[in-house]
Design a binder for this molecule. Structure first.
Ligand SMILES: [Fe+2]
Length: 597
């Protein structure tokens, strides 16, 4: 049985394909279209998934969609009537609902079919139920409480419930415009970060601030914790919350979040920081206060969920669950003993969630044995890469090396200060590069952040870089020894280790780690092991392989990124492209061929 899951007409549009409950492939549409957070119908991702499964669209039995046009319909109608929303807004919403409802026809048309040729049934799975399923059904837990928190999907911003075996039970939810995601976004905009998905910048800025109690109390006025264990926003701080027109679309297909803060919020917290204006101590303190209040709200909802379920395991998902700083503190600040955050807790992951919800919850199919699944995207053989490089025409040396040579020479090049583009295996599904589409650097270099920003990333200097660590050394370097396979939690680095790995130690002594296990990521594990043999340090700095664009997906994207930037070395499976012959490289092997110029 083939199930095609899709997230369509929503940020991080994506597709996945399951065959008899086994995930065959999943990818975000942005990786192929090269437009960040692309939000239309994921026709490219669907075609990729079909190809991976060796299936045609006409073979698909069920198409699940992580939206439900009928969800909270009574509320949507009431909202429109109560607020005398403009005719234009009503039309827009009606058009949006209609585009979701014609997905089967639209997919058929895009892929060259008549809709009558498709046997697939369409099943709509509400947005947060899809989020919840995308976490619980890929977790190692037989039973767990689940919290889904984001900006908004299907008019809901937060949903709590629990999973037991192959069933999900929803306990309660928070309806738009009350949203912890939009609370965080409003302040993100006020702090001068206007783009969709910029919230992580405020999280990165927050450790630089030292907010006084007065400022934290002021931020607490914006979000009220309610007796039912949930929260409400003080809508006076939000512009036109009654109109519901916060979200739009750029002409490029990237989602657009309009300014959410009201004049009252500006009066209370100051004018929005303009582009190019410096980040002052006030901005840093405000970022810290916002992070603190967001954490308080999360811990409050989580602790109440613990009381309501009595379960010891928790899954958290949704846009707010991308807040790895908050995730790293949940176990210490609540009664839950274990926390699982899925690799794709963002909206892209709802395609997987909708398919899993239908397969397990609706069809009552049993769950399969647990395994970590983050590497589900595009992959290329050495033969394909060689053919591509030969045709491409480069003036740089290209070498083909064995695995053993590769790990040794890349580790050696890293110790010599190289910035390495590391492309191998299947692309990751989810917002993090986990060693298959990564840029890696020696974490011991105090100047690594400057080096990376100068050579490639050109990003804000306050943003930290992340450590990938061999799992068995986690306890030696971090104060918590939890499993963090998807770089989804931030932990304190032990004080005696911080000087050793300055490139991945944030200003507050923390690191957003990825624990790497041989069984899940054998080649990345082998590379870090080779680096450890040379340096004694079982850690690499790992940042996503991109430069102000979606993470690279193909050898061509990777090579273009290499050529645009000052990256020293590009690894494409067993091929190494280098700007110059580094000593380590010269020793390891001879140049196999130099591609024509
Ligand atoms: Fe969402």
């Amino acid at each position: 049985m083939h199930i095609l899951g899709i997230n369509a007409y929503h940020g991080d549009s994506s597709a996945c394909i399951y065959k008899d409950g086994e995930l065959i492939a999943a990818t975000e549409e942005e990786r192929i279209r090269r437009v960040k957070h692309w939000a239309g119908l994921p026709t490219e991702a669907v075609q990729f998934c079909l190809k991976e499964a060796g299936a045609e669209l006409s073979d698909i039995d069920v198409i699940t969609v992580s939206r439900n046009p009928w969800a909270k319909l009574h509320y949507k109608v009431w909202h429109v009537l109560r607020n005398h929303t403009s005719v234009g807004a009503v039309r827009k919403r009606a058009a949006h609902i209609s585009s979701v409802r014609t997905i089967k026809e639209d997919l058929a048309h895009a892929l060259g079919y008549q809709s009558t040729q498709l046997k697939a049934k369409i099943k709509f799975v509400e947005h947060h139920r899809s989020h919840i399923a995308s976490a619980f059904f890929v977790s190692p837990f037989k039973e767990a409480a689940v919290l889904s928190v984001d900006g908004m999907g299907d008019f809901t911003s937060t949903m709590r419930g629990y999973g037991k075996n192959n069933k999900i039970t929803v306990l309660d939810s928070v309806t738009f415009p009350h949203s912890l995601g939009f609370f965080y976004t409003a302040f993100t905009q006020l702090l001068g970060f206007p783009h969709y998905g910029d919230e992580y910048k405020v999280m990165g800025l927050s450790p630089y601030g030292r907010p006084c109690k007065e400022l934290v109390d002021k931020v607490r006025e914006v979000v009220h914790l309610e007796k039912d264990g949930l929260f409400k926003l003080n809508l006076a701080y939000f512009r036109g919350a009654d109109k519901g027109d916060w979200v739009g679309l750029e002409p490029s297909g990237t989602p657009l979040i309009k300014p959410l803060y009201s004049g009252y919020m500006v009066e209370k917290f100051g004018h929005p920081r303009k582009k190019g204006e410096p980040l002052t101590d006030y901005h840093k303190n405000l970022a810290a206060a916002v992070q603190q209040v967001a954490e308080e709200a999360i811990f409050y909802m989580v602790e109440d969920l613990y009381k309501k379920t009595g379960m010891k395991n928790l899954c958290i998902t949704g846009g707010v669950a991308q807040n790895s700083v908050a995730n790293g503190k949940i176990v210490a600040n609540t009664s839950f003993q274990q926390l699982f955050v899925p690799p794709a807790g963002h909206d892209g992951g709802t395609s997987v969630g909708s398919a899993l919800f239908y397969y397990h919850h609706h069809l009552n199919q049993p769950r399969l044995p647990f395994k970590h699944q983050a590497y589900t995207g595009a992959h290329f053989s050495n033969e394909e890469i060689e053919a591509f490089l030969k045709n491409r025409g480069l003036s740089f040396p290209v070498q083909k090396v064995s695995d053993k040579q590769l790990f040794e020479l890349v580790a050696a090049a890293l110790t010599e200060g190289a910035v390495v583009g590391w492309f191998q295996g299947r692309a990751e599904f989810g917002p993090r590069a986990l060693g298959n589409r990564s840029i890696i650097v020696d974490p011991r270099r105090a100047d690594a952040k400057d080096l990376l920003n100068e050579k490639i990333k050109r990003r804000e200097s306050f943003r930290p870089f992340a450590p990938s660590i061999l799992k068995e050394y986690t306890n030696e370097y971090f104060e918590q020894a939890d499993e963090v396979p998807f770089m989804e939690k931030v932990f304190l680095i032990r004080p005696n280790k911080r000087q050793l790995i300055p490139a991945v130690t944030h200003v507050d002594g923390t690191g957003r780690l990825q624990t790497v296990e041989e069984a899940d990521a054998p080649r990345f594990y082998a590379l870090i092991s080779a680096f450890k043999r040379k340096t004694g340090v079982p850690i690499l700095l790992n940042t996503s392989f991109n430069e102000n664009e979606p993470i690279v997906n193909t050898p061509e994207h990777a090579l273009e990124c290499f050529l645009r930037t000052d990256m020293d070395l590009l690894v494409l499976e067993n091929f190494v492209v280098s700007r110059k012959i580094l000593p380590a490289l010269a020793e390891a092997s001879q140049v196999k061929y130099q591609v024509r110029q």
